[in-house]
Design a protein around this ligand. Structure first.
Ligand code: PEP
Ligand code: MG
Length: 586
């Protein structure tokens, strides 16, 4: 049994079996297999080798035909390497003698060779280093690609263990089979973590060394409340965690009873609780949890996993499906927030500094045909429901004006075509960059509503990457700077009579509920499964108490004081969630 510590990003506890995914972009860790599995690994290597040789031969023939024999010699060199037993035999030996996975052996042998070549004085050898990496990647793609595709045939109860998972990989996981995941890197508000919460599966990120130690089929405990991962647990630990799972189930059932009850404070003030979704079927989950509608539809997820861009009609059908499921309840559609950690290597360029690069509304304004297609689909869907349109990461007033102008243009076109839509469709912005928060009174004059995105607001205000586990301790919405910004935004919104909501992860974190209400927010949008937890707090407090808490938090000069205070205040209302957790563990 071995215990690991990481960052808890999606609550709940699960006992499952390990399934390791080695991403081809990172170092392949040395992973051993059971002795009886070594022949299988050898077979995987021989197959990957044969497919690679066939592919390169085709490439060589094609290149020779199109570009001539000289250019094709590069592939002849590749073929020569793969046919050379002085390269391939050490791989076979490692698999057989050290009982490692095929990808570990390939990676280790190619690394050694590349290192040897790069140290040689002869520049002809040094020039071959890139060819070696190329071959290494080709073989690994076969091996890992194959392993990854097994995700589809995963057995039930799998806990995915990976160095990292992109949001699109996480979205592809089979929800019926994957019961948890653990990664080496990541942060609480990375989109991969957000997806884990949406999928309602416990997850822990920032766990060092686990990928190197975990082996497929090992038993594993994932404690998404405390950020603890236990590999190969003993019987006593399994018993203890089985009891905890039962307790959590009972607690969850008591919360489910709240679903039909109104979300009002003890003194009768209504607090609108909405859901954040990535896919249309989640609308039902929001409603089942007692949500009043959708406060954030992250439409970019429709684009991330598709081979080609979805057409206007395809998008229209998805949006209309949501509208229908909502039956008149509000739906805030955010235009595609692509970029940063939500990219597609199929059709987006890699960025040097992705969080500060061409992302979100900037990306849309630079890719107008794609933007217009989405706007047409969204605007058309407004004909049959309470649709609102929202732009992500607006940082200048010109972006808002330009985006609104394009919406008007799209509406004019639809009018001319006789296509029905709602001309009064509200158009709002996310406040998730410090510039938008500071200038909120200016933005309020030209926006129909605001939604505060604390995930990015924290990242940009505190200069802390939301996906980086090494700076995760610095990432917190309890920072006094965030407090001030939220307060200012709510004040500007009220002054201009602009409805303001919050849709960052802080909205679903029960430790912030009292503070947010105290700061004047009356609408919170969150991961669907958290709605009952937040409702429980809402129904237990009155506005005066919340305002006093907010004033007190406003007087602190550090996030530590704020966090400890908010935790204590919340603990008195909902102690069950804190049971078994010490402050240090959270
Ligand atoms: C946010 O930044 O707070 C937000 C809700 O948007 P996302 O998490 O999709 O970046
Ligand atoms: Mg954001």
């Amino acid at each position: 049994m071995e215990v690991f510590k990481g960052i808890p990003v999606s609550p709940g506890v699960v006992i499952g079996t390990v399934f390791v995914i080695d991403d081809e972009r990172v170092r392949i860790p040395k992973r051993t297999v059971k002795k009886e599995d070594a022949p299988n690994e050898l077979g995987r290597f021989e197959e990957a080798l044969a497919i690679s040789i066939a592919e390169i031969s085709t490439l060589r023939d094609q290149t020779e035909k199109e570009l001539g024999g000289e250019v094709a010699t590069i592939f002849a060199f590749h073929l020569g390497m793969l046919a050379d037993p002085t390269l391939t035999d050490p791989i076979r030996n490692q698999i057989r003698d050290d009982q490692v996975t095929a990808e570990s052996a390939v990676s280790a042998v190619f690394h050694q060779l590349a290192e040897r070549f790069s140290k040689m004085d002869d520049s002809a050898f040094q020039a071959k280093v890139n060819d070696i990496w190329d071959l290494d990647r080709r073989l690994l793609r076969k091996l890992i690609g194959e392993h990854r595709s097994q995700l589809v045939s995963l057995s039930k109860g799998a806990v995915v263990v990976a160095p990292d998972l992109t949001p699109s990989q996480a979205a592809e996981l089979d929800r019926d089979r994957v019961v948890g995941f653990v990664t080496d890197s990541g942060g609480k508000t990375s989109h991969t973590a957000i997806l884990a919460r949406a999928m309602n599966i416990p997850a822990v990120v920032g766990v060092e060394r686990l990928v190197n130690t975990a082996m497929d089929s090992m038993r594993i405990v994932v404690d998404g409340d405390r950020g603890i991962v236990i590999l190969d647990p003993d019987d006593e630990t399994v018993e203890e965690y089985t009891r905890r799972i039962q307790e959590l189930r009972t607690f969850r059932l008591s919360l489910d009873e709240l679903a039909g009850k109104p979300s009002v404070t003890r003194d009768g003030v209504e607090i609108g609780l909405f859901g954040n979704i990535e896919f249309p079927h989640e609308v039902d989950i929001v409603l089942a949890n007692g949500g009043a509608g959708i406060g954030l539809f992250r439409t970019e997820f429709l684009f991330l996993n598709s081979e080609s861009l979805p057409t206007e009609q395809e998008q229209f059908e998805v949006y209309s499906d949501c509208v229908k499921r909502l039956d008149g309840r509000p739906l805030v559609m955010r235009t595609m927030d692509l970029g940063s950690d939500k990219t597609s290597d199929r059709w987006m360029f890699p960025e040097k500094n992705p969080a500060l690069g061409c992302r979100s509304i900037r990306y849309c304004l630079q890719h107008l045909p794609m933007f217009r297609t989405q706007l047409r689909a969204i605007v058309r869907s407004s004909a049959s429901g309470a649709v609102k349109l929202m732009f992500p990461l607006v940082t200048t007033i010109h972006e808002l004006r330009q985006a609104k102008m394009i919406v008007r243009d799209v509406m004019d076109d639809l009018d001319e075509e006789g296509v029905p839509f709602d001309r009064t469709l509200p158009i709002g912005i996310m406040i998730e960059a410090p510039s938008a928060a500071i200038m909120s009174s200016i933005f309020a004059r030209e926006s129909d509503f605001f939604s505060i995105g604390t995930n990015d607001l924290v990242q940009y205000t505190l200069a802390v990457d939301r996906t980086n586990e090494r700076v995760a301790a610095l990432y917190t919405a309890a920072h006094p700077a965030i407090h001030r910004l939220i307060k200012d935004v709510v004040r500007s919104a009220r002054r201009h009579d602009v409805p303001v909501s919050i849709c960052g992860e802080a909205a679903g974190d029960i430790e912030y509920t009292i503070l947010l209400i105290g700061l004047g927010l009356r609408s919170l949008s969150m991961t669907p499964s958290l709605i009952p937890h937040v409702k429980r707090i809402v129904r237990s407090v009155d506005i005066g108490h919340c305002e006093r808490v907010a004033r007190k938090v406003g007087s602190f000069d550090s996030e530590r004081q704020a966090t400890a205070f908010l935790r204590d205040v919340t603990r008195t209302i909902i102690p069950e969630v804190f049971d078994g957790r010490s402050v240090d563990e959270r």
